[in-house]
Design a protein around this ligand. Structure first.
Ligand code: PMP
Length: 290
């Protein structure tokens, strides 16, 4: 595998960053997780748009343009013959000193890794996932805004550990007010009386690209979509529940905190959206081949 770092390709073994990079020392940087399907990079523009929003929020000046990053992502896929896979795009603050001050860092570094994706086991897509609410809450907007897709994922990592300790693969994270925010790496949706609901972004969710795509697909199907504040009670009394993310795609949830959701099996609205989503991924995106 060849890894892109600052305009050059390096063999996997030699793809390295400095131990003085503030991405490593302080989690000072941003990233995107992107998918390629059927020889196309899915929603590439949306991912790069979000990357630039994260950059702006942390006053990081991305050293190459939006168009250049798009081209570099596609080129890295082509170079690695990745037609269906997962792309990790990272921009670190760059090499600096042992103090926090980002002004002491030289140039930000752009890293692109195009690899295979490891999904949840296929069986979970079929039968649904069991998840739990964990004690670690989502970051406050006033502390580290959850909309920033930063390299500082410790909040999510802690929640993931708590889910794993409870024997689950994913965790529901509440915000400081006790409303449902999202999961550690996925947005959450419920279906109630034929209506699709997901927490508002103000509840502390990432502006998920899969979330946006699924909301659009539901609207196209005539399913009403809204973004109310949701509590655990709303989840427990939902007819269906599912999670969305670039990596996870759409995965049904059948049990939350020991309560079966709806019939306890993945529901029909979820199944329809899964089907629509898969069809879309096969035909849209930035072509990888020349
Ligand atoms: N929430 C968090 C915390 C995430 O890290 C992600 C991305 N893995 C998502 C939601 C889903 O976002 P997207 O659909 O853009 O991948």
């Amino acid at each position: 595998m060849k890894v892109y770092i600052d305009g050059q390709y390096y063999d996997e073994r030699n793809a390295k960053v400095s131990v003085f990079d503030h991405g490593l020392l302080y989690g000072d940087g941003i990233f995107e997780g992107i998918r390629a399907y059927n020889g196309r990079v899915f929603k590439l523009k949306e991912h790069i748009d979000r990357l630039f929003c994260s950059a702006r929020a942390i006053l990081l000046s991305v050293p190459i343009s939006h168009a250049e990053i798009m081209r570099a992502v596609v080129a890295t896929c082509r170079r690695n013959k990745v037609r269906d896979g997962y792309i990790r795009l990272v921009v670190t603050r760059g090499r600096g000193t042992l103090g926090l001050n980002p002004n002491r860092c030289q140039e930000p570094s752009v890293i692109i890794i195009a690899d295979k994706i490891q999904l949840y086991p296929a069986e979970l897509y079929q039968n649904g996932l069991e998840i739990v609410t964990v004690p670690t809450t989502r970051n406050l907007h006033s502390a580290l805004n959850p909309a920033i897709k930063s390299l500082n994922y410790l909040n999510n990592v802690l929640a993931k550990i708590e889910a794993n300790n409870a024997g689950c693969e994913e965790a529901i994270m509440l915000n400081a007010e006790g409303f449902v925010a999202e999961c550690t790496g996925d947005n959450i949706f419920i279906v109630k009386d034929g209506r699709l609901q997901t927490p508002p972004l103000s509840a502390g969710a990432l502006y998920g690209i899969t979330r946006q795509t699924v909301m659009q697909l539901a609207q196209d199907e005539g399913v009403p979509v809204s973004e109310p504040n949701l509590t655990r009670y709303d989840l427990f009394n939902a007819d269906e529940c599912f999670l969305t993310g670039t990596g996870a795609e759409i995965i049904p949830v059948v049990k939350i905190d020991g309560r079966p959701i709806g019939s306890g099996k993945p529901g029909p609205v979820t199944a329809k959206l899964v089907q629509q989503y898969h069809s879309l991924t096969q035909v849209s995106g930035e072509p990888i081949d020349d």
